[in-house]
Design a protein around this ligand. Structure first.
Ligand code: ADP
Ligand code: MG
Length: 480
């Protein structure tokens, strides 16, 4: 047996014993430097590899080598060796040679490491195992090839939405129609809705799937009206089997578009074509949404997605690492999951940043270093940092009213409730004094502030809408 054959056999065993990502990062670019009787020397690209492989994988390696050589080899040592490994074909998994080379070469400190774009390393164009035909259908439907069920990690707070999407994907148009998914930013709504599209295109390649954002839908409609092509617009959206409209809350206040959407929706629904919608809030909480629209949205199923717990965040990170064929020490993964509060888009950004750093330095960062790197994104709007102005702004944005209105004199109901909620949140979140709250809300009396807060506290005992409104405003304040 040659050293190459021995190492191939050993790697074959190790590949089964460790995760794919760890294997690719730590073991795939090692090789046997010398084999002298009972002693094998393994080449590793730098001191960090040596340290890590010795600590984590020595026992596995020794056992595997002893087994393959039937006890002949009794000692394994590691030697840092610059230069590429000889060509090896042991593993059936493709090794990420670019990454391996980069890690091997960049052993010195690079001062600018922390400065690299958080999007590096970027996803290389991938086919995700799809055929060219499927990919062209995916792009015709305006879907992102990454957003499939396969790439979605189900957590406690997305379980229901995921199940609903799967049900809809399997029987489009006949289970929940429309399916309405709502929740905070970066929690997987777009991903899940597009996964429905992917699934349908795979199962029934001839069906028409179309993804669009509410904004694009609106613009298209406005253009169609301007250019006298309303008929084409109608045909386009009425001829689909599955219509996915993202961030439908932006339809608020756009009456003409609401009308167009309403008609499209009814047409599709009558013909048992599936509609999936997402929003940052439930239908009832979308300001100025016509009642007939609200009731349409409520015909089918409404599900929410929530912020992931720690376990889910770690699972997502591991999944992304596997995707990227990269690895990080467990404590670093844990640290990233801890630092990034609740938004999965940020979680991905943080991971990319740490991987870029690792790639440039050739060594994974310590937990301390991760904390430093992620300092800028790991600071959720802390309660201490929150101000009355932010609370008022968030309430205004949520209810789609102006600052002058909430601080103004009008006692119209659509202004009074937001005003009371703002008072309540200032009290709860900032422990602001009553006079202070009155002041912030346009110089009102402290008794008005007190009354407002008591009113909301009472409402919270039975009014589902207020409970939800406040919950959603809080989500915005604290999840950025
Ligand atoms: P939203 O539409 O709710 O703002 P997205 O669907 O755009 O959020 O998700 C943000 C990013 O996080 C996307 O890149 C998406 O793939 C990823 N993501 C979100 N949830 C998950 C999950 N459960 N598993 C894997 N990736 C996720
Ligand atoms: Mg989205």
């Amino acid at each position: 047996m040659s050293p190459e054959q021995l190492w191939q056999a050993v790697l074959g065993e190790l590949e089964l014993a460790v995760s794919k990502a760890n294997f690719l990062t730590w073991l795939s670019n090692t090789y046997i430097l010398t084999w002298e009787g009972p002693r094998v020397t393994i080449a590793v690209p730098n001191f960090f590899y040596k340290d890590y492989v010795e600590k984590k994988y020595h026992a596995n390696i020794l056992k595997a080598i002893a087994r393959v050589t039937e006890g002949q080899v009794k000692e394994v040592v590691y030697k840092i060796t610059a230069g590429p490994a000889p060509v090896r074909s042991a593993s059936s998994s493709p090794t990420n040679s670019a990454q391996a080379a980069a890690v091997g070469q960049h052993t010195q400190d690079m001062a600018q490491a922390a400065e690299v774009s958080p999007n590096f390393p970027t996803d290389t164009p991938q086919t995700f195992g799809y055929s060219q035909e499927h990919l062209s259908r995916v792009s015709a439907a305006s879907l992102n090839a990454r957003y499939s069920f396969d790439c979605f990690v189900v957590g406690r707070r997305t379980e229901l939405a995921h199940a609903a999407c799967q049900a809809v994907a399997q029987k489009p148009g006949s289970v929940y129609n429309p399916l309405f998914i709502y929740g905070g930013v970066g929690l997987g709504k777009t991903h899940l809705m597009q996964a429905v599209g992917h699934f349908v295109l795979k199962e029934w390649p001839q069906r028409r799937v179309l993804y669009t954002t509410c904004e694009a839908f609106t613009n298209e409609y406005v253009d169609a009206v301007k250019q006298g092509t309303a008929k084409e617009f109608q045909n386009k959206f009425r001829s689909v089997d599955v219509l996915l409209i993202d961030d439908i809350q932006f339809i608020a206040g756009k009456e003409q578009t609401q009308e167009a959407f309403f008609n499209t929706f009814d047409h599709l629904h009558r013909n048992q074509k599936q509609v999936v919608l997402t929003s940052d809030r439930p239908p009832k909480a979308i300001p100025t949404l016509e009642n007939r629209m609200i009731s349409r949205f409520e015909w089918g199923m409404i599900v929410d997605v929530g912020a992931p717990d720690l376990e889910t965040k770690i699972a997502i990170l591991n999944n992304k690492l596997e995707d990227k064929q990269a690895a990080l020490p467990a404590e670093v993964i844990q640290a990233i999951a801890n630092l990034v509060q609740s938004n999965i888009r940020e979680l991905e950004g943080a991971l990319n940043k740490v991987l870029a750093w690792q790639q440039l330095k050739g060594v994974p960062p310590s937990v301390e270093e991760v904390k430093q790197q992620l300092a800028s994104i790991s600071q959720p709007a802390k309660k201490g940092a929150l101000t009355s102005k932010q609370i008022i702004a968030a309430v205004c944005e949520y209810f789609d009213i102006q600052l002058e209105e909430i601080t103004g004199l009008s006692r119209k109901k659509h202004l009074v409730t937001p005003r009371q909620i703002a008072a309540y949140l200032m009290r709860q979140e900032l422990q602001a004094s009553f006079p202070n709250i009155g002041n912030e809300l346009g110089g009102r009396d402290h008794t008005t502030a007190m009354h407002a807060i008591t009113k909301i506290e009472k409402d919270l005992e039975q009014d589902q809408k207020i409970i939800q409104d406040i919950q959603l405003i809080r989500q915005r304040l604290f999840n950025g």
